[in-house]
Design a protein around this ligand. Sequence first.
Ligand SMILES: *Cc1c(COP(=O)(O)O)cnc(C)c1O
Length: 393
Amino acid sequence: MEKGFALESELLYTGHQVEGMDLKPEAPPLFLTTAFTMDSFDEVRAVYAQGGYTYVRTNNPNREMLAESVSLLEGGERSHICASGMGAIASALYTLLDPGDRILCNRSCYGETYELMTLLLPRMGIETDFVDFRDLDAVEAAITPATALFYTEVFSNPTVAMADIEALGEMAHRHGAMLMVDNTFSPLSVRPLQRGADLVANSLTKFLNGHSDAMGGAVTGRAEMIGEIAKVSMLLGNPGDPFSSWLIQRGMQTAGLRIRRQLENANRLAAALAADPRVERVNHPSLPDYPQRALAGRLCPDGLYTPMLSFILPEDPALLDRFLRGLRLGKYAPTLGGIRTTLSHPVTSSHPHVPDPLRREMGITPGMFRVSCGIEEPEDLIRDFLGALDGIC
Ligand SMILES: *Cc1c(COP(=O)(O)O)cnc(C)c1O
């Protein structure tokens, strides 16, 4: 890490202090206030001149403390905290793009990011071209003179395909475009800013908070760019509120420890499921049959990839239902990233509107479950999943 200690250590000593605070509480304090008072016009002038704390939508110490932790984790200069991941993504795109600009986006991206690009941004004169980012030649062929921004997640949901963000960053820059990466699915394991991305977005609602009790989002990058996005976010009214920011900062202190365990659990569970003949297929970069093995090794040299995996069981609705009922560690939940293992069923949750033949072409079948690994003891998790399989086949 930049500051010299391991991330697990640094996170415990980051985001505890705000400028001008004399007290030194052991835990980060909560500034649950909509504004800060001033006693004189001298003070009013000084506070506004220095960009000090004024009104909650403009600035708040809890957002600043959380931003410091996110910047440390991503290795970025500055972060801005929004009320949600979508708030962060939308604020960034509205800031960075002008009418007439085009986005080049990975065909597989988060559903609401897709809707933002197809339903809302066209009204501002901003169009998006969707390409499968695994095919770099196709990406290059889709670039137009108006392409201003490449957009991708590192691992796509639920097939866990990987985007070569190093090559994409190089290509974007060669064509005068920026690369924006949504890093929600690769916390800790990939740091896009160090791999050529210009801007990183995170849904803090997921792994970085980790406790499934608060919603938030962040963008991280060069200070000047983040300052511009913060201004737009302030006008759109989506900066993070103090209490959610405080909760997420509380979660961030253990992010290093928790997420490392979640990443290791995904490797362990993927291997156990892949070794079981009742499972038709497992998608995870740790497995020998992962189609992008070399890329995974290059972007994740530590052998930790993503806490997310997917696997395919026979397409029998009754069997799938029995499997879900048979699990004790692992619950169906339309989210991911929490300390408890959660599952989703892409055909009913994230991809219900995609026609079946296209879904199958994407590798998504009615027998597929997506798993987000929690921090359970890995042997327990494996025993529970294999036990639920015993109950059905
Ligand atoms: C959840 C998620 C988002 C949106 O985040 P919210 O906090 O729900 O607004 C964006 N991208 C990815 C990859 C996500 O998983």
